[in-house]
Write a protein that binds this ligand. Structure first.
Ligand code: ATP
Ligand code: MG
Length: 334
């Protein structure tokens, strides 16, 4: 009995401990972190409810500025499991929930982005494979995510696994996605953002994604060897830039799976900020069970648990991403 009350006390004490970053690591359901703008008097459950209602009722969230021109962003890092797909679908969802129309292009034969968006992607469904091969128009492969009227996806089926080889002998093999995503090919829908999820390799699929976009977003996991392979990715980006797509640049770096309980996470974050400077978003995505559970339900974390810290951090990251693009446009830097 005394153990129970002790743990209740210590949790409450935890809630009032103003340690900031350190308490960020506590799992969502026990999250004591007051989210910016909330009354500090809110209980954790009250804070979660408030956050959920912010996400569920977008009118209470400031709508994001529409970019003057469609932004095409490729999410790339050839290292596996760093949060490319998770960031693709949750940023897309964060932008959609805040009023923008977003198309996700799943360019990974694993089809994880399609799964997380709740979009069918069994063999035979018109997909990024047929789009790349020129067999169907992009508009014919676009499906709406069941969770949002502003979120769309060109899914990936397992057929895409063969594309890496099939593309080799094709005409304009590096430009196929770019051509397939031309405004005419995308149909009537007025997409503000196109976000492309890449496979964990630097093959022709990723090259197609780098040619089709103006911006690259690199997710970096706050773990050992975080920057391993990033040099090679940057060299590939430079190659694409100098031969195929002069406008390409690394506009954004997103720190993922941040666990503030570890010193390592901070060290990695510092190293990444020293390396990439202002390209690194201030918002950092915490390691959170809710984030990893959501795809199992065919949902983004914003739909699965809108009040969770994972959802809020992606919402923040989306807001930052949109504000930066808007600022760049205003400054004429785009
Ligand atoms: N913030 C997070 N907290 C907890 N788990 C996460 C988080 N982000 C991603 N994960 C989990 O880590 C794993 C890898 O994430 P994800 O699939 O997004 O990486 P990826 O870079 O797309 O992987 P791949 O290279 O295989 O395509 C997944 O199981 C995902 O659910
Ligand atoms: Mg992936």
């Amino acid at each position: 009995m005394s153990g129970g009350s002790e743990s209740a006390v210590s949790r409450e004490t935890e809630a009032q401990r103003p340690t900031g970053a350190e308490s960020e690591s506590v799992e969502d359901e026990f999250s004591p972190i007051p989210y910016e703008g909330l009354s500090p008097l809110d209980t954790p459950i009250g804070a979660a409810a408030h956050r959920a209602s912010q996400v569920l009722h977008p009118s209470s969230v400031n709508a994001l500025p529409k970019p003057a021109r469609r932004r095409v962003i490729t999410i790339a890092n050839q290292k596996g499991g760093v949060g490319k797909t998770t960031s693709t679908v949750n940023l897309a969802s964060a932008l959609a929930v805040q009023g923008l129309t977003v198309l996700v292009v799943d360019l990974d034969p694993q089809g994880n982005a399609s799964t997380a968006l709740g979009v069918p992607h069994h063999s035979g469904v018109p997909s990024s494979y047929e789009v790349l091969l020129g067999e169907v128009k992009a508009a014919e492969a676009i499906q709406q995510s069941p969770h949002s009227e502003r979120l769309f996806c060109i899914p990936a089926t397992i057929d895409l696994a063969g594309a890496e080889i099939e593309l080799v002998s094709m005409v304009a093999r590096e430009n196929r996605l770019k051509n397939a995503l031309s405004p005419a090919a995308l149909g009537d829908e007025d997409f503000d953002y196109v976000i492309i999820d890449c496979p964990p390799s630097l093959g022709l699929l990723t090259v197609n994604a780098l040619v089709a976009a103006k911006e690259v977003l690199i997710p970096i996991q706050c773990e050992y060897y975080a920057l391993e392979g990033v040099g090679q990715l940057l060299r590939n980006i430079e190659l694409v830039q100098s031969h195929l797509n002069p406008e390409l640049h690394v506009s954004t770096v997103l720190l993922t799976m941040y666990d503030a309980r570890t010193k390592l996470a901070d060290q990695v974050a510092e190293e990444v900020r020293a390396h990439f400077g202002s390209a690194v978003l201030r918002s950092v995505i915490p390691r959170s069970v809710k984030v990893s559970e959501a795809p199992g339900y065919g949902m983004t974390v914003l739909d699965y648990d809108p009040g969770s810290r994972g959802a809020m951090s992606y919402l923040d990251a989306g807001r930052e991403l949109a504000a930066r693009g808007y600022r760049n446009e205003k400054q004429g830097n785009e």
